[in-house]
Design a protein around this ligand. Sequence first.
Ligand code: C2O
Length: 343
Amino acid sequence: EPLLPPDLSKCSTPSGLPQGIKTECCPPFSDEIIDFKPPLRAPLRVRPAAHAVDSEYIAKYNEATKRMRELDENDPRNFMQQAKVHCAYCNGSYDQVNYPELDIQVHNSWLFFPFHRWYLHFYEKILGKLIDDPTFALPFWNWDHPSGMQMPAMFTNKSSALYDEKRSNKHQPPSIVDLNFSTKDEKSYQEQVNENLSVMYQSMVSGAKLPLLFFGEPYSQGSEKEPGAGTVERTPHTAVHIWGGSERNREPNGEDMGNFYSAGRDPLFYCHHANVDRMWNLWKTVGGPKRKDIKDPDFLDAAFLFYDENARLVRVKVRDCLDTKRLGYIYEDVPLPWLYKKQ
Ligand code: C2O
């Protein structure tokens, strides 16, 4: 059986927070739930590469994020409320409906890609609504291309709503992202770029020839959490989180980007995840008969709840997010230098 959406009336203090951290992550309660319907006629939103956008785009994105931060703190569309969505689904605020002894956890399983796709979808629609621009599309952090391997500049402007204090000091531009980051840095520019392209090739091409390798292990109703991550979730996804979060001597849990409960508090999160989401689309185009979405109904009918741009609570299923065009967005086409990068 597929995972059921959480029961918001039973949302509780997260059970899986790092030691010493106290925070609440439940969304405002509502029992009026509507089912998601794909938009009939809507302008196509084209998500651009973050390093290449113009100042007009940055001003718009900044303004939308500022307005999101300024919404009433109990408005489910408020920036901190949006950040809490991640915490609630990842740090154990929700039990599985028929299995109260099991927490819902959307990471390290096949729910990773679809959960985050839906999460960004609503986040993007809220931003667009706040600036009255239904074509507004989130930028993607193009860390799989040498020209996008730095933290995108728009996020590092201290007076911007896109700025977050709790980030790595060492990894500000011009530091090159390490897609395999876990230990120490310091490789030469060219070594790091080559290594990054190899990571991409492994995660997208040589190591992900079958759907479960790419998506991660099955997770259904009654499953224990975190059965196993797919290639991209493991590397580069998690590595980039840790790379972007504060050094541990400043923030012991790597806040904000480097920890589940706090990651959504950094606007950079949504830019990082847009590129992760883009990898799902690209993977299906890499070739071979097996690079297809999973057909198991336990995957297709797994469901989540999100608040939409009109603050209505929406029930969504994985099956409705497989094709981003049906959700009303695509990604700008840019070169893929890792595609033929052998080891
Ligand atoms: Cu929900 Cu990048 O983590």
